[in-house]
Design a protein around this ligand. Structure first.
Ligand code: ADP
Length: 482
């Protein structure tokens, strides 16, 4: 099959979150099962700095765009996946991240930028870009690619479309004036198409018009059909339930494997777990926290947004400190959460360390050096850090939601006995529920036999991409067979 995989970010070229991990790994896993899959992303400034050996493959004249857009062609670093970059300097050649300025504000022209991206994807899908390659399937991801399924339907394309929801909370909504400026078909401003509460919704283009919808865990696929998690789109998703599948994300164990990880001071595996202690010492030093014997070190790596429940972590800090535990946080995001964390670090200098930054190497050190990983998300489509944590022997403490519910097994006398226990789970999104789970975890931490069993069970888990890739391929096949 020929598949065009479209995403607004892909590791190792550009990353703001889990979408980049998926877009960097899934195409590679699908290619290794002998399918002709190609990746397309925007040519952001940072991408052009990292990607080398790109050659000019085509010029596109796109509606509403003054200058021709270039398609550059090359390979995704670290594999053999064919990569196309949509090079429109006016839209993508700027500092800052794919969606925001350096100061953290949304780019004012995001609707226009991602409309251009969608038009370019559509041109490739229609084989009118002069690349002499026509995909059977166009696999779109999140709102930035949401217009593509609608464009394909409008133009009677031969290619079928899959739309994957990585996070329903981000929808790409714009007002009427912006919609008018995009030169899109006027009939798209209707309830049956992309209008949503008097806004133009990019994600609706995918949800309404794609041949098939997927999301990144089976539990999230159920949750988004409810009012609590549906972000107002639960009715539409309920309507499409027969064409909606949850496929759990995998993780890339060539990047996230403590046995081969060159970003950590000492590599280790299940049989040399004692080396974790040296990584812990390095981590404490990095965060200027003192070494304390027998004291658990909890870690957090996260975008600092309400979704991730960081406020709950801040709320339990006084209790955590009273217990004698230590906490290291790596994250960036909401200014109020950042300043609360900064304040906590000042207040408890021996117990709380924070790095308000986005730092991939440091993320590896936290996974390797931590004893426990906190992930009290209010919702979590899949979540990757809890899966990395399992492999690094860093016991996850998670709220039972979305992909967290599908990847971590709570510790009970029964699950310890049958060797399935891998972490600690709690239900309510409250500081009390989180604190109870943390206390329960610390009790087990003080029982070395049980603790090493939980770690060992976690490190044995296999969430590699192979199985998920097989499921996507089966789905593509099913769609093409009608
Ligand atoms: P989301 O996509 O909602 O942010 P995921 O758990 O799916 O959450 O993926 C987050 C990814 O981003 C992980 O690979 C995680 O390690 C990484 N990440 C998040 N925040 C940071 C940070 N401050 N520094 C380094 N990596 C981060």
């Amino acid at each position: 099959m020929k598949i065009l995989f479209a995403s607004s970010e892909a590791h190792p070229l550009i990353k703001t979150g889990g979408l980049a991990d998926v877009s960097g790994s899934l195409p590679r896993a699908i290619l290794s099962q002998r399918q002709d899959i190609r990746l397309i992303i925007p040519a952001y400034r940072k991408v052009l700095e990292v990607a080398d050996n790109m050659v000019l493959a085509a010029y596109l004249e796109l509606e509403g765009v003054n200058n021709p857009v270039r398609i550059l062609s090359g390979r995704l670093p670290g594999g053999n996946v064919r990569l196309y970059l949509v090079d429109s300097p006016h839209h993508f050649d700027r500092a800052g991240n794919p969606y925001t300025t350096r100061a953290g504000h949304e780019w004012a022209d995001n609707a226009e930028r991602f409309t251009v991206f969608c038009r370019a994807i559509h041109a490739l899908a229609m084989n009118i870009a002069g690349l002499d390659w026509q995909p059977d399937i166009v696999h779109c991801n999140d709102w930035q690619t949401g217009l593509v399924p609608a464009m394909l339907v409008d133009s009677g394309a031969a290619a079928a479309s899959v739309f994957t929801i990585h996070n329903l909370a981000y929808q790409g909504q714009y007002d009427w004036k912006t919609f008018k400026s995009l030169h899109l078909p006027p009939e798209w401003w209707s309830m049956e198409a992309m209008e949503f509460h008097n806004k133009f919704s990019f994600i609706k283009g995918g949800l309404v018009f794609a041949d098939w919808l997927t999301t990144v865990s089976p539990t999230y696929a159920e949750e988004i059909r409810t009012r609590e998690f549906g972000c107002g789109l639960e009715g539409l998703l309920g309507h499409r339930r027969n064409n909606l599948t949850g496929i759990l994300n995998g993780v890339d164990y060539s990047v996230w494997n403590p046995g081969r990880d060159l970003r950590i001071p000492i590599q280790y595996n299940r049989r040399s777990l004692f080396h974790k202690r040296e990584n812990k010492h390095a981590l404490l030093e990095h965060f200027a926290l003192p070494r304390m014997d027998g004291v658990p070190l909890l870690v957090v790596i996260s975008r600092l947004v309400e979704q991730k429940g960081i406020d709950l972590v801040i709320e339990i800090l006084p209790d955590l400190v009273k217990q004698g535990a230590q906490l290291a946080v790596l994250g960036s995001g909401d200014k109020s959460l950042e300043s609360a964390l900064r304040k906590a670090a000042r207040e408890y200098p021996e117990h709380v360390g924070v790095h308000l930054d986005y730092d991939e190497s440091l993320a590896h050190l936290l996974e390797a050096g931590g004893d426990m990983f906190l992930m009290p998300s209010r919702f979590e489509p899949c979540g990757l850090n809890q899966i990395f944590s399992l492999r690094y022997g860093t016991v996850p403490i998670v709220r039972v939601t979305g992909g967290l519910a599908d990847t971590v097994v709570d510790t009970t006398p029964e699950t310890l006995e049958d060797k399935t226990a891998t972490g600690f789970c709690f239900h309510k999104a409250s500081a009390t529920a989180l604190w109870n789970a943390v206390q329960r975890t610390i009790r087990y931490y003080r029982e070395p036999d049980s603790w090493s069993r939980i770690i060992d069970n976690g490190m044995r888990q296999d969430f590699s991409w192979k199985r998920s890739a097989e499921r996507y391929i089966a789905l593509y096949r099913q769609i093409l067979n009608g």
